[in-house]
Design a protein around this ligand. Structure first.
Ligand code: C5P
Length: 407
């Protein structure tokens, strides 16, 4: 951290007071901190406090002639090793997700060629709003890093997910992004499957499932952030393609298997896709017409290839670590254990997808990590991004224990 340069953007939120502590902690570590304070941010903390703690001029206004003369927003954004936004408001995140640039903070964020870390802080309803959800997914896909938000009491009196991460957590996230050890999977090729597969009935109809691809995409993003070279083989989803990942778009299970085989060799495979177990045995070549008085057509199904099982098969091409997912609606652990044995994979991430959990399409997941030779690890309910980060941490630890793998 010594000698590194942080550009800290303080947006308008009550959590801005914690950013003063963050500045102090950064400077204690010998980090140079320059600050941009938005107009709303300046209502919560004063430019004088920020300037005093950072020991440098505070930048507030895009059109200030002196600011531009002394340091234009382009230089300001590029001279830092990392741009940190704390607190990151729903408004500023929305601007960044859409490329808006109408003040110094948003212009700087658009102009930077450095990594950006956001520490969101907002009311839980605002954080859970589909618009914010979309913006966060977009920003993650653009390669923006996040720390928090945390659950807990809010200044507005509500309780939920939306508290800004604590200064020491933000500091840890900054350290992780600035140190080379933050890329522990450099040199590792990871294969991830994500989303549903669709199986044609005729040229216009298909059999599909409710998978959104959110979890698989989050894993691909987290693996890439850890430095892995990632191939994401994905079925039809609305999720944006993650940044820094090779994306292969497929539709059917057979295409997915073929794309996975083509992507090998890989050291890690994470099969998060909801692959259709069955395909239509003989899809109709033409659109099936409804005939008055005729019985509805009967669909004969045939079994699809099991991609997870195929990737787990022993042999030279087998990835060192093969991880499957088990979407269960009952007896989650017992069924996941059976699956682990039947498919021959190393780990299963088991999740309860019964409707009341809201896992399909939602941003949260409650999972258990099942390994062949260990007790199931039940993780608390967390965002799919956090599940991904935790899974990647477990992957790193596993590969570190296996000396043959470049990690
Ligand atoms: O058997 P089940 O579908 O519950 O197993 C889920 C796991 O197996 C997931 O990891 C999924 O990606 C994988 N799978 C697969 N190919 C199939 C069916 C499931 O890779 N045909």
């Amino acid at each position: 951290m010594q000698g590194r340069r942080i550009l800290l953007i303080i947006a308008g939120g009550i959590a801005a007071y914690k950013s003063l502590d963050l500045i102090r902690r950064l400077r204690e570590r010998g980090t140079e901190v320059r600050c941009v304070l938005t107009t709303a941010g300046a209502r919560f903390v004063t430019p004088l406090a920020v300037a005093s703690l950072s020991g440098s001029k505070v930048f507030t206004n895009l059109f200030s002639l002196t600011d531009e003369a002394e340091m234009g927003h382009i230089r300001l954004s590029r001279e830092a090793d990392l741009v940190v936004v704390a607190p990151a408001t729903a408004d500023l995140m929305a601007k960044l997700a859409h490329g808006l640039a109408d003040d110094l903070a948003s212009t700087t964020l658009l102009a930077t060629n450095q990594r950006v870390l956001l520490a969101p802080a907002m009311n839980p309803q605002m954080w859970a709003h589909p618009a914010t959800e979309r913006n966060v997914a977009r920003l993650r896909a653009d390669g923006i890093a996040f720390v928090g938000p945390n659950p807990g009491d809010m200044a507005c009196g509500e309780v939920g997910l939306g508290r800004m991460a604590e200064p020491q957590e933000i500091l840890a996230a900054i350290e992780a992004l600035l140190t080379p050890a933050a890329r522990p999977l450099a040199g590792v090729h990871a294969l991830v499957t994500s989303g549903p597969t669709i199986e044609a009935i005729d040229p216009v109809r298909f059999i599909a499932n409710r998978s959104s691809g959110k979890q698989g995409h989050a894993i691909a993003t987290a693996l890439a952030a850890a430095g892995a070279e990632v191939t994401l083989v994905r079925g039809p989803v609305h999720e944006p393609d993650p940044a820094d990942v090779t994306v292969v778009k497929v539709e059917s299970a057979e295409q997915m298997l073929e794309a996975c085989r083509a992507a090998l060799p890989a050291q890690v495979a994470v099969c998060a896709a909801a692959v259709a177990d069955w395909k239509v045995a003989a899809p109709f070549g033409q659109k099936v017409k409804k005939q008055p008085g005729a019985a509805p057509p009967t669909l004969a199904l045939a079994e699809n290839p099991d991609i997870l099982q195929a990737l787990s098969r022993p042999g030279a091409a087998r990835p060192r670590l093969v991880i499957g997912f088990a979407a269960e609606t009952e007896d989650v652990v017992a069924n996941a254990r059976r699956k682990l044995t039947a498919k021959g994979c190393d780990w299963i991430v088991a999740n309860d997808v019964s409707r009341e959990q809201g896992t399909f399409g939602g941003v949260h997941n409650t999972v258990q990590l099942i390994r062949a030779d260990a007790e199931p690890e039940a993780w608390p309910r967390m965002s799919k991004a956090e599940v991904a980060a935790r899974l990647v941490a477990a992957i790193v630890a596993q590969l570190r224990g296996a000396p043959a793998v470049a990690a």
